[in-house]
Design a protein around this ligand. Structure first.
Ligand code: NDP
Length: 244
């Protein structure tokens, strides 16, 4: 891959808001043709209207393997190839382990971990053909677990483990694997937390520091995917300066 995205084909999951949306817009501005997937079709349509380049909006639920396979197939059918997969779909339903609603655990594991595995599985034949790139939006929680985010952190540690194994399997074939680990980014992620204490803590973090913005992460994505072919940026950790 050269260091321009002109004509490159990208699929971004979780593109209806936050980091995925900003990343889709940034990659579009760099000349990529971008397929964007999520469940909120209206948000994807408005993204498609804002983007400077060609955008394909796809109804995608990453927990559903059929939906994932259909999204990859639709991308390749429309644009003729797939060069870059960005896995940004995710949920963070933070809360203590004792007394947790385990349906929230299932949702996080199915979305953050299995969902990203399914998209990699479906996209990999195309990425191998094009010497493409898999870019995983993990988290600082993929490096350090803390009280109240055990299951979310487990999914992100899992993404890191899966990504390193994938890297070893495909790097000799020219496919690059990138893991990006953001700290606190101002998005809708914390809005879905049902535990009132954790919800209040997240809101407090959001107002008590200069948080990262989704565009800060999109800039890192653009950096990683525009390096010359012999350069594999495997991991980027980005925290707000104010985050201890
Ligand atoms: P947002 O809530 O703004 O975005 C989450 C995205 O995931 C939405 O587009 C949502 O779309 C999508 N999504 C959720 N469930 C599914 C599903 N089943 N199928 C398809 N898409 C789904 O949060 P962020 O942008 O912050 O989160 C993006 C990623 O960044 C996540 O993986 C998150 O863990 C990670 N991250 C975020 C940090 C932060 O501080 N914000 C820090 C570190 C990592 P829809 O609901 O329309 O399907």
């Amino acid at each position: 891959m050269s260091n321009t995205l002109d004509g490159r084909v990208v699929l971004v999951t979780g593109a209806s808001s936050g980091i995925g949306e900003a990343t889709a817009l940034a990659l579009s501005a760099e000349g990529a043709r971008v397929a964007v997937g999520a469940r909120r079709a209206d948000r994807l349509e408005s993204l498609a209207r804002k983007a400077p380049g060609e955008v394909l909006a796809l109804d995608l639920d990453v927990t559903d393997q059929e939906s994932v396979r259909a999204a990859v197939a639709a991308t390749v059918e429309r644009f003729g190839a797939l060069d870059i997969l960005v896995n940004s779909a995710g949920v963070m339903l933070a809360g203590p382990i004792a007394g947790a609603d385990t349906a929230e655990w299932t949702r996080m594991i199915e979305t953050n971990l299995l969902g990203s595995m399914y998209t990699v599985h479906a996209a990999l034949p195309h990425l191998l053909e094009r010497k493409g790139t898999v870019l995983q939006i993990s988290s600082t929680s993929g490096r350090t677990a803390s009280a109240g985010n055990g299951v979310y952190a487990a999914t992100k540690f899992g993404v890191t483990a899966f990504s390193e194994a994938l890297r070893q399997e495909v790097t000799a074939q020219g496919v690059r694997v990138v893991v990006i680990e953001p700290g606190f980014v101002a998005t809708e992620l914390a809005d879905h937390i049902t535990d009132p204490t954790m919800q209040a803590a997240a809101k407090n973090i959001g107002t008590s520091m200069r948080t990262l913005q989704p565009e800060d992460i999109a800039d890192a994505v653009v950096y990683a995917v525009t390096q010359p072919e012999h350069v594999a940026v495997n991991e980027i950790l980005i925290r707000p300066t104010d985050q201890t």
